[in-house]
Ligand binder design. Structure first.
Ligand SMILES: *Cc1c(COP(=O)(O)O)cnc(C)c1O
Length: 335
């Protein structure tokens, strides 16, 4: 899964690296994400999770396969294929709603969908049938997850039998791959795990940290006892302090909820708490006990102060913190 610009970490670079590794499919959320990856020369099949009918012609032009969950969109997509004058059927993916209730064909409408697909065989070929699990990372919902999987198994087998060619099946995301590996079917849809994060402690220890958010100290200020730091005077120097200013604020994706000691960045191997409110383009950190200088590296999150910890401090998930990193933060890739 390389949607949302590879979970906020890049644009086409991750897709390109995965193509070199030989992945069979890439997954994006919308059409423009797919177009951008194609424009960089990536040729691996791309599935678009939530395509907009208004741009179906663009999908055909860029060889992007839609996920289909309504007969209305199926008919519109077949039109786009027909208009393009292609003489081979275009691959699509059929999503079944097994309980997530977000996107997907209602199980009761699956037979009708199959009939439509068969009628449009000249233009459309089903490459895969899949579903999405709602709670693979929460053992409390395991019974529900198993119920979703059983339902998918039953519905997708029946669906596949109607076609005289092979159709792949898949249902697992990262935490599903870890916790329900016996249900891998023909493919899995690895997302956050690819970026070094999962919700299972044992597996987490085996994953590498693949991204680090870093910046440099731009200013050092001695703040005398009882003075305050930053907006609304929220950072109080209870003793004489040395404060470092870093050029990274909430506009960069350094969430403001991490202000006032809610997070510690790392400077020269030591933890430095955020002091005061994080502002739009800057933040201030307490380096009183750290030997440091202008230009020294500051790790906002990385191997020792992980994005998962950061997320739990402010009651959100690593997915969100990855994807809010602003485009103005320069991405540097190592291979
Ligand atoms: C994002 C997404 C995934 C990947 O989920 P992770 O939890 O990041 O592994 C898999 N399937 C679908 C349909 C998705 O939208």
């Amino acid at each position: 899964m390389v949607k949302a610009f590879s979970y906020g970490l890049g644009t086409y670079e991750v897709a390109e690296a995965l193509e070199k590794e030989g992945v069979d499919y890439l997954g994006v959320a919308n059409i423009l994400e797919g177009v951008e990856i194609r424009k960089e020369g990536v040729q691996t099949p791309i599935m678009v999770m939530n395509p907009e009918a208004a741009s179906f012609n663009l999908m055909v032009e860029y060889q992007l396969s839609p996920v289909i969950f309504s007969t209305k969109n199926l008919a519109l997509f077949a039109e786009a294929v027909k208009d393009a004058g292609l003489n081979i059927p275009f691959p699509v993916h059929i999503k079944i709603d097994t309980g997530m209730h977000r996107l997907g064909v209602n199980p009761e409408k699956l037979d009708e969908m199959a009939d439509w697909l068969l009628a449009l065989e000249q233009f459309i070929r089903v490459e895969s049938v899949f579903s999405h699990l709602a709670a693979t990372d929460e053992p409390a919902h395991d019974a529900f997850t198993r119920q979703q999987i059983q339902l998918f198994d039953k519905l997708s087998s029946r669906f596949r039998k109607k076609f005289n060619y092979h159709i792949d099946r898949h249902i697992l995301n990262t935490n599903g791959i870890i916790r329900f590996s016996e249900y891998a079917f023909d493919m899995v849809r690895l997302g956050i795990g690819l970026y070094g994060v999962c919700n299972d402690e044992t597996t987490q220890q085996k994953l590498k940290t693949v991204s680090t958010l870093k910046t440099k100290i731009s200013h050092l200020i001695e703040v005398p006892k009882n003075e305050t730091v930053g907006y609304n005077r929220m950072g109080i120097a209870h003793e004489n302090k040395m404060i470092a200013t870093i050029p990274m604020g909430y506009a960069d994706g350094f969430n403001r909820l991490l202000s006032n000691g809610k997070w510690e960045v790392i400077v020269n191997g030591k933890k430095a708490p955020v002091i005061g409110n994080i502002s739009m383009d800057m933040a201030t950190i307490d380096v009183t006990d750290i030997d440091c200088d202008l230009g020294d590296e500051v790790i906002v999150f990385g191997e020792k102060n992980t994005i998962s910890d950061m997320a739990s401090r402010i009651h959100t998930i690593p997915y969100e913190l990855f994807t809010i990193i602003s485009p103005r933060v320069k991405r540097v890739f190592y291979t």
